[in-house]
Design a binder for this molecule. Structure first.
Ligand SMILES: *[C@@H]1O[C@H](CO)[C@@H](O)[C@H](O)[C@H]1NC(C)=O
Ligand SMILES: *[C@@H]1O[C@H](CO)[C@@H](O)[C@H](O)[C@H]1NC(C)=O
Ligand SMILES: *[C@@H]1O[C@H](CO)[C@@H](O)[C@H](O)[C@H]1NC(C)=O
Ligand SMILES: *[C@@H]1O[C@H](CO)[C@@H](O)[C@H](O)[C@H]1NC(C)=O
Ligand SMILES: *[C@@H]1O[C@H](CO)[C@@H](O)[C@H](O)[C@H]1NC(C)=O
Length: 464
């Protein structure tokens, strides 16, 4: 019964590199209404983008469609070196105009300052932006752009009576660009003035380690939703609030300020966000490293259903997608295991990666999975999964599978699979090549996938 709520209205999904869990959020696809007539993924004329060396350019991608009709790609490069004073590899986000032949990407000036260091009479606050992974997630919606730094650290000290500190902890933070990049706001739901006296004594609802922003979403109502793994206690947390509140509170000027209407999945009942009933958590390290995908009740963070991986150390659950593939009104689950190993006919072992498709036949009951297997050694097939919507307009949703190191050149491939009544086609309909030059080192094409937007405004959804 519970999985009915999983239907396209309440989909949220996963993928966060954290010690125990991968937790995330995915919006439901509302692109089925587009006038889509045929494929228009121009694999012969790929748009070429590249970023700074070893910046992990392409770790996250989204489409940005501001009012003026020019489509852009927004690309996160979480290891990029910026010009922020005393910040090492803070990460950056680039804006790339969508144009045939490619156009230079420009850095979005989300944050040009170094670390803040506020020293007041009885308290002080300092942030640590080095290695914060800014751009680990990027999300665009109309003229709004959200980018997060889940490994942003913060330290709070109070000298009231005796000196106490929060310690230096990875609370994570996100920045929002508004009004055509003329204004910015910050949202850091876990940053607080919580202090500790004895670090080995757990504090109830301690969020100091929550790493907010490993996943993020902007909802249709203009709410920001952040997924935080809360590694410290192995619990997941989803924090959400409205952009208006974020702008009003202005955490850029008052970093310790709490946004008044913030809601959190782990809060006591009464403040529950009704639009988040269940979410899917991929836990690639669980069950003797076979990995698992857990459907969780977001109210009490308890497992409702657990799908265990097939092979140890295959990283089953490192990518997850939820979508209704066979158009029966129930959400289906697609899971990637990018380190899956096959025995080849010559008796050798090849790490090629595998993708599993679980069709939900009855509420909460899944069919034996369909399996799709990668073809390139060490290609990481299944490292990223994308819901493309109904690309070819046959009534069934289609799926993209990313393999960031596939191909003879190792530059990555993206495969497009079409859906039908019994799952996905066994063979990809289309194979897209990595557009980056082979010497760029950090190509990682296919590392993250987004889809379903009509990117070139020609009534066909594009893909990256
Ligand atoms: C989720 O947890 C809440 C609170 O414990 C409970 O009321 C609700 O029935 C649970 N939902 C499911 C589907 O188990
Ligand atoms: C940068 O770091 C140096 C050395 O720690 C310090 O002296 C300087 O004040 C810092 N600059 C800023 C703007 O924080
Ligand atoms: C946004 O700003 C850029 C440059 O500042 C300008 O070229 C563009 O027309 C603006 N877009 C809108 C929708 O105002
Ligand atoms: C800190 O808490 C732990 C666990 O409760 C306890 O064993 C330890 O003695 C405490 N240390 C101090 C300095 O109070
Ligand atoms: C998988 O791991 C979870 C969490 O540790 C545990 O509850 C579950 O029983 C395990 N399942 C199997 C089949 O080992």
């Amino acid at each position: 019964m519970f999985l009915e709520m999983f239907s396209p209205k309440t989909v949220r999904v996963a993928s966060i590199p954290c010690l125990y869990y991968f937790l995330g959020i995915l919006p439901f696809s509302h692109f089925l209404f587009l006038q889509i007539h045929a494929f228009n993924l121009d694999a012969d004329k790929p748009v070429i983008y590249s970023g700074p060396e070893r910046s992990y350019f392409g770790f996250s991608i989204d489409f940005y469609l501001p009012g003026n009709g020019t489509p852009y790609l927004v690309v996160g490069a979480p290891k990029a070196q910026t010009e922020q004073v005393n910040v090492t590899e803070g990460g950056a986000v680039f804006l790339c105009p969508w144009a045939v032949g490619g156009s230079p990407c420009v850095l979005i000036p989300f944050d040009t300052e170094g670390n803040r260091n506020l020293n007041l009479a009885l308290e002080s606050m300092k942030d640590y932006k080095s290695n914060q992974w800014f751009g680990a997630t990027v999300k665009a919606d109309k003229d709004k752009l959200l980018a997060c730094a889940p490994l942003y650290h913060w330290k709070y000290v109070t000298r009231y009576m005796v000196e106490k500190t929060s310690g230096l902890t990875p609370v994570g933070t996100c920045l929002i660009a508004l009004q055509n990049f003329s204004s910015y706001a910050e949202y850091s739901p876990c940053r607080s003035t919580t202090v500790v006296i004895n670090e080995s004594k757990p504090i109830p609802s301690d969020r100091r380690y929550c790493e907010a922003g490993w996943s993020s979403e902007i909802t249709k109502d203009g709410d920001i939703v952040l997924g935080a793994p809360v590694c410290y206690f192995g619990q997941g947390l989803i924090a959400t609030t409205n952009i208006e509140q974020i702008v009003q509170t202005d955490q850029r000027k008052s970093p310790e300020a709490i946004i008044s209407q913030q809601r959190q999945s782990t809060d006591a009942k009464g403040s529950k966000d009704n639009s988040y009933e269940e979410f899917l958590v991929g836990a690639p390290g669980q069950n003797d490293t076979k990995g698992s995908v857990i459907i969780m009740n977001s109210t009490n963070i308890k497992a409702i259903h657990n799908i265990i991986g097939e092979q140890v150390a295959s990283y089953f659950g490192s990518a997850v997608a939820v979508l209704d593939i066979n158009n029966d009104g129930r959400d289906d689950i697609v899971v990637g295991a990018p380190l899956y190993i096959i025995h080849s006919p010559d008796g050798q072992l090849h790490e090629v990666g595998r993708v599993y498709i679980y069709l939900q036949d009855q509420p909460g009951q899944f069919r034996q999975p369909q399996k799709l297997t990668g073809t390139y050694r060490f290609g990481r097939y299944g490292n990223a999964l994308g819901n493309l919507g109904d690309l070819n307009r046959d009534g069934f949703n289609d799926v993209a599978v990313g393999a960031p190191f596939a191909g003879e050149d190792g530059n990555g491939r993206v495969y497009i699979y079409t859906g039908h009544a019994s799952g996905l086609d066994q063979k990809p309909r289309q194979e897209l090549m990595g557009p980056w030059a082979s010497d760029s080192g950090s190509a990682r094409f296919g590392f993250s996938l987004r889809g379903g937007s009509d990117i070139d405004a020609n009534e066909y959804p594009g893909d990256v």
